[in-house]
Design a protein around this ligand. Structure first.
Ligand code: NAD
Ligand code: UDX
Length: 480
């Protein structure tokens, strides 16, 4: 039986390995992690991450050919193929701080693989890494060579959170990069055969190692750039009376542009886009490509602009101050169908509102109170971060209440901000909400999920990103 070990039982390692185990019953898959609580979670009825469809997959394979363990070294030593799916966050200190990928976890995994291995292995980069990381990893793996052959492959993951199982079951493509040597090509074929158990062969793309690594960064940069482009247009729509939904639809029907990923929003979040673009920027700078680096930096700048523009709209509409006013925040995760809050736009928006001394009442169906308070208290590492986005003082954190029901969040509120497009927010009784709010009642839709006309009929003053402005908002100071 082929043995796979995956280092890192996170949002990528857990679901990807569960699907491999499901689709390949003849392969034994063990996911290992240094975090005992995470592994305990994977072995329990309460999986450590929320992802539609994941529980059913795990339940079918766990104990059969899918295992979760903290015995990292033992399972790595026994494996034929080792996937490395550890976190690769942005460096927060030293050389490249704020931009470069922090490869500490990757490097320590590689050193451990080198130390404990007693047989040849294919080592697969599942984490998103800077281009040419494989070269450095190869050096580490071979530094104390014990006549063991390690072959490195790049096999970046393209799943999106909230749709991970669907994405893994029928991916647009699987990408495998390897050395153009006989060993490299043989390793590519081995991994290709695993995916071919459920992915059509024509969807498995094979490249050299560096193209594999760079394609992942490029894909995320292009996706994020699309959102920043549509968000930049949304600002122009508000200034001119055009409607961003109509503009998106109109341009999306051009088959060269395509209809997906054109929803204007309060900004993109998630653990990948910002981190991977900054990583790309750093690599460009290191290669002396400053014009290219600046081009990609703008994607992040527009994203930050979109978040502060939203905060300014809220404050400006409400008579230029939200001090002591209750603002209900509906949704905190970075998108619907996940409890993940990494880089969620709600964090910056809440910090901005707290900076103006608002009282916040926050509800998200999947995010815990502990997580929300942690996110709002944490210092964000960014040298260029405006002062109002720095962590709020302990006094203003006391202005935050986390509640477990949308109606409780909005009761007596002066304004409601929709920060995540959870389906349940579309189904709420907005007449009831309006009746229980302070007047005038404001609603700020950061995801364009609400029927603006209906809400205005009820009596709300509504701001929806990139939509023609409410007459009330037109009279307010311009928000640039
Ligand atoms: P994560 O933080 O959820 O999980 C990483 C796990 O690795 C953690 O549980 C951590 O404890 C573990 N770990 C770290 N060092 C370890 C070590 N030495 N030994 C054993 N375990 C160790 O991260 P994630 O979201 O799963 O992302 C993993 C990688 O995949 C990142 O490079 C990310 O950029 C990339 N990626 C993420 C997504 C996504 O949607 N989250 C999608 C595609 C690619
Ligand atoms: C992303 C990539 O899509 C995925 O391929 C990669 O593997 C990991 O990073 P993820 O961050 O999980 O996935 O979610 P995604 O659906 O890409 O959304 C990212 C952010 O963009 C979210 O905050 C989402 O709300 C926002 N978004 C997305 C928009 O604002 N508008 C859109 O049209 C699409």
């Amino acid at each position: 039986m082929v043995k796979i070990c995956c280092i890192g039982a996170g949002y990528v390692g857990g679901p990807t390995m569960a699907v491999i185990a499901l689709k390949c019953p003849k392969i034994a898959v063990t996911v290992v992690d240094i975090s005992a609580p995470r592994i305990n979670g994977w072995n329990s009825d309460h999986l450590p991450i929320y992802e539609p469809g994941l529980e059913a997959v795990v339940k079918e394979c766990r104990g059969r050919n899918l295992f979760f363990s903290t015995e990292v070294e033992k399972h790595v030593a026994e494996a034929d193929i080792v996937f490395v799916s550890v976190n690769t966050p942005t460096k927060t200190h030293g050389l490249g701080a704020g931009k470069a990928a922090d490869l500490t976890y990757w490097e320590s995994s590689a050193r451990m693989i080198a130390d404990v291995s007693k047989s040849d292995k294919i080592v697969v980069e599942k984490s998103t890494v800077p281009v040419r990381t494989a070269e450095a990893i190869e050096r580490i793996l071979t530094h104390n060579r014990k006549k063991i052959n390690f072959t490195i492959l790049s096999n970046p993951e393209f799943l999106a959170e909230g749709t991970a199982i669907k994405d893994l079951f029928s991916p647009d493509r699987v990408l495998i990069g390897g050395r153009e040597t006989p060993e490299g090509q043989k390793a590519i074929e081995t991994l290709k055969d695993i995916y071919a158990n459920w992915v059509p062969k024509e969807k498995i793309i094979c490249t050299n190692l560096w193209s594999g690594e760079l394609s992942k960064l490029a894909a995320n940069a292009f996706l994020a750039q699309r959102i920043s482009s549509v968000n930049a247009m949304s600002a122009l729509c508000e200034a001119t009376g055009a409607d961003i939904s109509e503009v998106s639809h109109s341009i999306g029907t051009d088959s060269r542009i395509g209809p997906k990923f054109l929803n204007a929003s309060v900004g993109f979040g998630g653990s990948c886009f910002q981190k991977d673009i900054m990583n790309l920027v750093y690599i460009c700078e290191c290669n002396g490509l400053h014009v290219v680096a600046n081009y990609w930096k703008q994607v992040i700048k527009v994203n930050d602009y979109q978040k502060s523009r939203f905060v300014n709209r809220v404050v400006a509409s409400m008579f230029n101050t939200v001090a002591a006013k209750k603002i209900a925040v509906l949704g905190f995760s970075f998108k619907k169908d996940t409890g993940d809050t990494r880089e969620a736009p709600a964090i910056d928006v809440c910090k901005g509102l707290l900076g103006d001394k608002a009282r916040l009442s926050i509800y998200d169906p999947q995010v815990t109170e502990d997580q929300i308070i942690k996110d709002l208290s944490m210092k964000k590492f960014d040298k260029e971060q405006p002062a109002h986005l720095q962590p709020p003082s302990p006094t203003s954190i006391k202005q935050v209440a986390v509640v477990w029901d949308a109606y409780t969040a909005v009761k007596d509120a002066h304004g409601v901000c929709i920060m995540t497009e959870w389906d349940e927010f579309k189904k709420l009784d907005y007449q009831k909400i309006y009746d229980n709010m302070q007047k005038p009642a404001f609603l700020f839709d950061g995801r364009n999920v609400m029927d603006v006309g209906k809400l205005r009929k009820i009596g709300f003053i509504v701001y929806s990103i990139g939509k023609p402005l409410d007459p009330w908002l037109k009279d307010m100071p311009a928000v640039a």
